[in-house]
Design a protein around this ligand. Structure first.
Ligand code: NAD
Length: 371
């Protein structure tokens, strides 16, 4: 079923919107293919009880910009499936397979994992229609959260950005909000460069230790189901105390809109690497920029995951994926920050400008009709 929702469209997209419903099994899902000028779109399937079509639109556009900025041969899209991802496995599998089957002819979309879906879900889709990335290793996949693709990219963004704000990674104090797939690998790669993790948080609270947290030990604890607050050393504070921590580098790796006009003044870092998507409101980014805080925006800094998924889809090996992430994220960070320095614009403005220039050139090669 296609819906007439052109009021949300602009010159970039969306190209197509699909709503899929199968009341007999409780399936309600949406796919927004935003822009396919660079190639078939790739974007995650998000499963949650409270997802909205509006969220799907925003996330699809974010993928268009992220993929274009990363120079991938893929457009941007996002799909959402309404339901609790912790429902019984058979029920979840039926919903995901039915949704994928309904889109079996939609060659312009490749499914990827996102909140509420994982490599097993991608394997069901691969089995059903053959078009998914982020697969289990047995199917030729590169488990991007396990290998830390996004954390690896963040570390390379950090290396480049450090030169732009008088920091050296050796000895730099790092605080991370959200010690999950993105946060813990960012900590691991940065620690290997000599950075010191001084704070990490999760939904239960914040762990703070100015003398340095043992990253390997903390990752092991998280992997065995513990909270950062169960760590034997350091001070334990509430969840939002991570915002006030005295540090050089602050990495949001949890939820959107965590730094806003009302709490931006609390951040003490010189450099922010946005691991999460849209973690700061536009107003907060502007205030911090004016205060001299350097921010590497989300769709530049956290592109490692989608670069990994896109390359896996083409059959690449893990080592070539890691080399590409380092090269692409490092080069884009340099390009964006050089423009910030030369023109005094916000990093997000420079990043948008770069992504849009690439996208519009790609759109110029297309025929008008996309079907
Ligand atoms: P995850 O679920 O593995 O980890 C998230 C962590 O954040 C968990 O430890 C959770 O306890 C914690 N958390 C949740 N809310 C919090 C809060 N309010 N304060 C402190 N901690 C909180 O998720 P992830 O894959 O690491 O993704 C994190 C963010 O990065 C998401 O916004 C995601 O969309 C984005 N992102 C992820 C990838 C990827 O490769 N996984 C790529 C790009 C962007």
């Amino acid at each position: 079923m296609m819906e007439d929702k052109f009021q949300s469209a602009d010159e970039l997209g969306p190209a197509k919107i699909f709503h899929v419903q199968e009341p007999s099994i409780g399936l309600r899902a949406t796919l927004v293919v935003d822009n396919v000028a660079c190639g078939p779109s790739i974007g995650g399937l998000r499963m949650a009880a409270d997802v909205t079509t509006e969220e799907c639109f925003r996330l699809a556009r974010a993928m268009t910009l992220k993929n274009a900025a990363a120079g991938l041969a893929h457009g941007g899209a996002k799909s959402v499936l309404y339901g609790d991802p912790r429902m019984p496995r058979e029920q979840k599998e039926r919903l995901i397979r039915t949704f994928a089957y309904a889109l079996r002819n939609e060659q312009d979309y490749i499914f990827g994992p996102d909140m509420g879906t994982d490599e097993t879900c991608m394997a069901w889709i691969k089995d059903e229609i053959g078009r998914s990335a982020g697969l289990p290793a047995e199917l030729g996949g590169i488990p991007l959260d396990e290998v830390g693709a996004t954390g690896w990219g963040l570390c390379h963004a950090a290396e480049v950005a450090a030169h732009h704000c008088d920091l050296t990674l050796r000895g730099a104090r790092v605080a991370i909000q959200g010690f999950g797939a993105v946060g813990k690998h960012a900590a691991r790669f940065l620690a290997a460069k000599g950075a010191v993790l001084v704070a990490a948080s999760d939904t239960h609270g914040t762990l703070i230790d100015p003398s340095g947290i043992d990253v390997a030990q903390l990752i092991h604890a998280k992997d065995t189901g513990k909270s950062v607050c169960d760590h034997p050393r350091g001070n334990k504070r509430d969840r939002d105390a991570v915002i006030d921590v005295d540090c050089d580098i602050w990495i949001p790796a949890a939820r959107p809109d965590v730094i806003r006009d009302d709490n931006a003044h609390r951040l003490k870092a010189k450099l922010v690497l946005q691991g999460a998507n849209i973690p700061f409101t536009p107003g907060a980014e502007r205030t911090l920029h004016q205060r001299g805080v350097l921010i590497v925006p989300d769709f530049i800094a956290n592109a490692g995951g989608v670069i990994c998924a896109a390359m896996e889809y083409q059959g690449a090996t893990q080592s070539s994926v890691f080399a590409s992430i380092a090269e692409k994220v490092g080069a884009n960070t340099e390009m964006v920050l050089a423009q910030v320095q030369a023109q005094g614009v916000l990093p997000r403005e420079a990043a948008l400008d770069m992504a849009l220039r690439r996208l519009k050139r790609a759109m110029g090669y297309r025929r008008f009709v996309i079907f």
